[in-house]
Design a protein around this ligand. Structure first.
Ligand code: Z5A
Length: 224
C-alpha cells in the first residue's frame, strides 16, 4: 500500500486527540493528504458500537464481549476507511488501534494475549501500522487534566486509578516488546510534546509521506 499508517496510543487523557489535531495541521501545511480515524468508531457501525461500549453502564460486559464489540468496530473501520485511504496514498493517523486492545483487553481485562492477537488478526486482516507512538504520562497527571476539563468518565474510565496504572504499565511493557512502537513522554508543555512527536515521525518515517504529486520529500525538512 502506498500510504503510511501512524497510530497515537496511550492511557486515557494523555493527549492523543490534541496531538492528532496538531499533526493534522502540520500535514495540511505540508500539503500531505491524510485521513484521521478514531477507535472505537469512524464508521456508522463503529460509532454505534462506541456508544454501547463506552456509555451503556447499565449493561454487563464480559471481557470477551467487550473485545469482540471493539473488534467488530475495527473490522468495519479497516475495511471501509483505513485500507481505501492507504490504497489512494493517504497517510492515515489513528487515535488508537490494536495496541489499545492488547493493553486494555489483555493486560487490563486479563484475556490471553495470544488469543487477543489472533482475534485482532481476524478483524484487521493482518493490517499493521507503520508506527505506534505511545504517549506516556503518570496517571496522576492524566487524572488531573481530566479533572481540570470537568470530564465525564465513560464506562471504562470509571474503572478507577488502579486500572489506569495497569494500562500505563501495559503500554510500557508493550513498547519494549512489540515491533514499531515508540514511546514519547507526554509531560511538559503541549508545544514541546508535539515537537517530540513530529521529530520522531520525521526521523522514523524519513521520506515516507506520500504527496498527491508522488513527491516524497521529507515533511519535516520543509517545515524547519
Ligand atoms: N478501548 C479499548 O478498551 N480497547 C480498544 O481496542 C480500543 C479502545 C481501541 C476510548 O476512549 C476508550 O476505548 C478507551 C479505551 C477503550 N478507554 N477509556 N476510557 P476515548 O477515545 O473516548 O478516550 P481516550 O482515548 O481514553 O482519551 P481521551 O479522553 O480522548 O483523551 P486523549 O485524547 O488522550 O487526551 P486529549 O483529550 O487530547 O487531552 C486531554 C486534556 O489534556 C485536554 O484538555 C488537553 O488540552 C490537555 N493536554 C494535552 N496535552 C497537554 C499538555 N502537554 N499539557 C497540558 N495539558 C495537555
Amino acid at each position: 500500500m502506498a500510504g503510511r499508517f501512524i497510530v497515537l496510543e496511550g492511557g486515557d487523557g494523555v493527549g492523543k486527540t490534541t496531538h492528532i489535531a496538531l499533526l493534522s495541521s502540520w500535514l495540511d501545511a505540508a500539503g500531505i493528504s491524510h485521513t484521521v480515524v478514531r477507535e472505537p468508531g469512524g464508521t456508522p457501525l463503529g460509532e454505534a458500537i462506541r456508544q454501547v461500549v463506552l456509555n451503556r453502564t447499565d449493561l454487563e460486559f464480559s471481557p470477551e464481549a467487550e473485545l469482540l464489540l471493539i473488534l467488530a468496530a475495527r473490522a468495519a473501520l479497516v475495511r471501509e476507511v483505513i485500507r481505501p485511504a492507504l490504497l489512494r496514498g493517504d497517510t492515515v493517523i489513528g487515535d488508537r488501534f490494536a495496541l489499545s486492545t492488547l493493553a486494555y483487553q489483555s493486560f487490563g481485562r486479563g484475556l490471553d494475549l495470544d488469543q487477543v492477537r489472533l482475534a485482532i488478526e481476524v478483524a484487521t486482516g493482518g493490517l499493521q501500522p507503520d508506527l505506534y507512538v505511545v504517549l506516556d504520562l503518570p496517571v496522576e497527571e492524566s487524572v488531573e487534566r481530566g479533572r481540570r476539563d470537568g470530564q465525564d468518565l465513560d464506562r471504562i474510565e470509571q474503572e478507577g486509578e488502579e486500572f489506569r496504572q495497569t494500562i500505563r504499565e501495559a503500554y510500557l511493557t508493550l513498547a519494549d516488546s512489540e515491533p514499531a512502537v515508540a514511546l514519547v513522554s507526554a509531560q511538559g508543555p503541549l508545544e514541546e510534546v508535539q515537537r517530540r512527536v513530529q521529530d520522531l515521525l520525521s526521523a522514523r518515517l524519513r521520506g515516507a509521506f506520500v504527496r498527491p504529486t508522488g513527491d516524497t520529500r521529507d515533511v519535516h525538512a520543509e517545515q524547519s
